[in-house]
Design a protein around this ligand. Sequence first.
Ligand SMILES: [Ca+2]
Length: 187
Amino acid sequence: MKKFLSSAVVAAITMWGVSLFADAARVDLDATNDGVKITASKVPEGGTADNASWMDEAKNSQYIHTGIPATGEWKQSSFSFKADKDGKVTIKLMGEWKPKDPANTEDLEPVWILYDDVEVKGAELKNGGFDGGFEGWTTYGEPTHVADQGHKKPGAMKVWHNSPALQEITVKAGQEVTISFWFKTAK
Ligand SMILES: [Ca+2]
């Protein structure tokens, strides 16, 4: 993978709390389309959930990024948020980057993550189990539906930062929404 991040961005990633050198899953929430302010009300265990410090002041509060350490074993994580008004929020299943060599933090490679059994309490989500495909989700980049792997039932989504799976949910003002998911690193 070519260099595609400035050292300033790398420094920012390092400051997010989850080590740049560890494999990390990342589920982001983007509410900038409807200008909905979203606030994390529960942070993933052992991970982080923060508003987007790299965006301008208005959009900063309409975007949440998370980081959760991942291993080669399936495990479950969850986090919660509240919106200040009714509107749409896009869930983005992603991974992170990490340096190929800890001594050279500018040469980064993708951390691919498998997701399965995504569930949402407080809003409606379609096909969180990726059974038979990824209907209900949109993608860009080169994510893959993996038909022969999964948490309980076969069918999971292999993604990273530049190749995510996205789904828009409709949220209500003041309603706590909890997103839970199973994940592991994908080789
Ligand atoms: Ca599945």
